[in-house]
Structure formats: structure tokens, C-alpha cells
Design a protein around this ligand. Structure first.
Ligand SMILES: [Zn+2]
Ligand SMILES: [Zn+2]
Length: 192
């Protein structure tokens, strides 16, 4: 089951980003439905929309720095409720059973994680679309809580550029060196 929503996307590697209609799945028991308020424009959105990394899927709706307001949740969702501020980064699913996933490193999923856009769900058939759209439906396990104290527009870039810098601080024993290295990459526009 799916429904049609409004989005902005690229129909080809040479087409400008333009309004389009895309399919959005109806919420499953563990899904969170988010009305998108803001979405950052990451330079990797441009690279993928222009197929500069190869293998792009069209039509493509970019956007992986998503902040929005939860409109509804599936029947089994326990971590979000309607009205919550929520975010979505560059991943929307993974196998959740491999060694990497069970250690919290879904980005290294042995089966390959499901990207927020220009990717497929874990069924490897259903194409995913990103945040240049009116809404997004994401499993609660890949939905992030955004504090009400943050400006939602300012918080959106934290979902990609920000976390690239922050994550090494909290996950590595040599965090400072790695963080500074990441910051250099972010500041220079090399990554993400
Ligand atoms: Zn990015
Ligand atoms: Zn996995």
C-alpha cells in the first residue's frame, strides 16, 4: 500500500530539480510518519542527482538532513508519538542481525544499509526517496529524536554534516584526532 505525495526531484542526471509526485508507503506497525519541516541540501545530494558517483536511480528525490513533526505512528511504535519533533539522516534501515548491526554500526551492515534516497528498502526492490518532499515514512529504529529546544531549520544539517563530526568524539578512544580530521573534511567540503 502506498500513497502519492508532493516532492522535488531529478528525473535524470541532466534535468533540474523540479516538482514531481512520488509514492510513499502507508505506515507499517513500526513506522513513524513525519511531516517534513526542513531538509538540508548536502553537496552529496547534488553529486547523486547529477550521477557524479555513478549508479544513480531516477527519478530521484534527494535529501538526508530531514527534520519534521510526527503526524502519526504505527500501532507498535513505542518511542515516538504524534507531535514529536523528529529527524532522519542518511539511513532508513539495515538487516539488524549481522555483527555490525547488532553492535550499533548499521553503516557497516553486511547486507548493505538502506539509504534514505537513491537506494532501496531492505527488500532490495522498493526505491527510497529523501527529504525534498512533504513527508517521509521511516521505521522508528531509524528515526531520531530532535529536542524542542533546537531551531529545527538549524538542526537539519546536524543529521549529516554535524554527525560526521560529532560521532568520532563519542565513539573512538582517539576521538579528538579523528574528530579534527573529520572536521577538516567537513570544513573543506570533502565529506560528507
Ligand atoms: Zn550529506
Ligand atoms: Zn546488518
Amino acid at each position: 500500500m502506498s500513497k502519492k505525495i508532493h516532492a522535488w526531484g531529478a528525473s535524470s542526471a541532466t534535468a533540474p530539480i523540479a516538482p514531481m509526485t512520488i509514492e510513499c508507503r502507508e505506515p507499517r506497525p513500526h513506522d513513524v510518519v513525519i511531516d517534513i519541516l526542513f531538509c538540508g541540501v548536502c553537496h552529496s545530494d547534488i553529486h547523486q542527482a547529477r550521477d557524479e558517483w555513478g549508479g544513480s536511480r531516477f527519478p530521484m528525490v534527494p535529501g538526508h538532513e530531514i527534520v519534521g513533526r510526527v503526524r502519526e505512528v504505527g500501532s507498535a511504535v513505542t518511542t515516538f508519538k504524534a507531535g514529536d519533533l523528529a529527524g532522519v539522516g542518511c539511513m532508513v534501515d539495515a538487516c539488524r542481525t549481522c555483527a555490525s548491526c547488532t553492535q550499533g554500526f548499521e553503516q557497516f551492515c553486511a547486507k548493505g544499509f538502506a539509504g534514505t534516497y537513491n537506494s532501496t528498502e531492505m527488500d532490495r526492490k522498493t526505491v527510497t526517496h529523501g527529504g525534498y518532499a512533504t513527508e517521509v515514512v521511516v521505521d522508528e529504529a531509524f528515526t531520531l529524536r530532535v529536542p524542542e529546544s533546537l531551531d529545527p531549520a538549524g538542526a537539519a544539517p546536524l543529521l549529516c554534516a554535524g554527525i560526521t563530526t560529532y560521532s568520532p568524539f563519542v565513539s573512538s578512544a582517539s576521538s579528538l584526532a579523528i574528530a579534527w580530521e573529520s572536521w577538516d573534511l567537513v570544513a573543506s567540503g570533502t565529506w560528507p
